[in-house]
Design a protein around this ligand. Sequence first.
Ligand code: HSE
Length: 437
Amino acid sequence: MKDSSIGIGLLGLGTVGTGVYKLLQENASQIFQRIGKRLEIKRILELDQKKALALEIQPEVLTKNIDEILNDPDIQIVIELLGGIEPARTYIREALYQGKHVVTANKDVVAAYGKELFEAATAGKADFYFEASVGGGIPVIHTLKENLAANKIEEVIGIVNGTTNYILSRMSEENVDFSTVLQAAQEAGYAEADPAADIEGDDAARKIAILASIAFNTRVTPANVFVQGITRITPKDINYAQELGYVIKLLAIARDHNGKIEVRVHPAFLPQHHPLAAVHGVFNAIYICGNAVGETMFYGKGAGQMPTASAVVGDLMEIVRNLESGSTGRFPCGCYLDKPILPIGKVHTKYYLRLIVKDKPGVMAGIAGVLGDHQVSIASVIQKRTLIANNEKRAEIVLITHQVLEQDMQDALAVIKGLPIVGSVENVIRVEGEPRT
Ligand code: HSE
């Protein structure tokens, strides 16, 4: 084996950057045995010297100037771990144009700017790898690009946000409301101080945009994804779900309907027997159906220092192998098709509805009539309890529909909300994961 080294520029020594540095040290001999090269971090773009001191990194390795990395001919691979859009986007693009291979964990940049970054990679004849951008340590991007490449991918459904899965899991286990669990999760460090991107579904939208682009060979950006977060889920909905044989999960769903792409993120009822229903706490999982392989599922830690570092260093080692075998550029942009994205109104799904209605004769018939007028067929109904509001008897009704066109359901709901017999539409949640009818 040749004992020469590959020069690396590391952008960012935050949580994941530190993990990458530690992993390269801790597993150095095994990594060397596997790829026959030593990986040398020649420069680190980091303003905070304390982070470097903690890792006993020589001060001269640190720089505040990106040009010292971009213009260094001894740096062949750049690892971008700054996070956020800028300056990460510009640095990645410039590195690729200059022929430096890039590894990133940055889902925001990959999801929104994948096209321009792949164009830069092609121009610079460079590799661009981003396994860690979705599902942390779970190997799903390589799996889609390589191991499942023989398949027509029909469906990708992910639990790709650990924060929301943790919150929904605890709400189910402890019968507590959303804001109580969110606060506890923040105090325990499981949720960000500003949890908006997680709880509103935007983090999951970026990840499913990346997965859908790869699975269906067409560019899907976060702007194409219908997004709804979990803030309106209540313990009552979770209890009804359990009673009806479901769990509630924040799902990221992408499907190819004969060349038209459906892509959405929202909370959903999922049958308790579905493989994704068993994914609890901060864990992530991605369920993929291909026409040859059938159902598959990939499970693991979707975030965290060392799981994410595992994916980053794996990419790094693959680029080194490509360099050694003269096969860089094996994975150019895979979005060679231009498939239309279905508007959410054109998507078919089932629904759970929870309504408070007046408890008197003809109420159920009135609601069923509106649904029927809009081609919405009811699969099951539960009338749960009677309560008194404004000196009137009220009942809580839960309905599950058959599969309907989203637009028909929204039109029906608009009418139902205005019916004098209806006190309130308490919640509307899509039902997923059952055989399509
Ligand atoms: N905030 C994300 C999550 C991890 O909760 O899963 C980073 O993508």
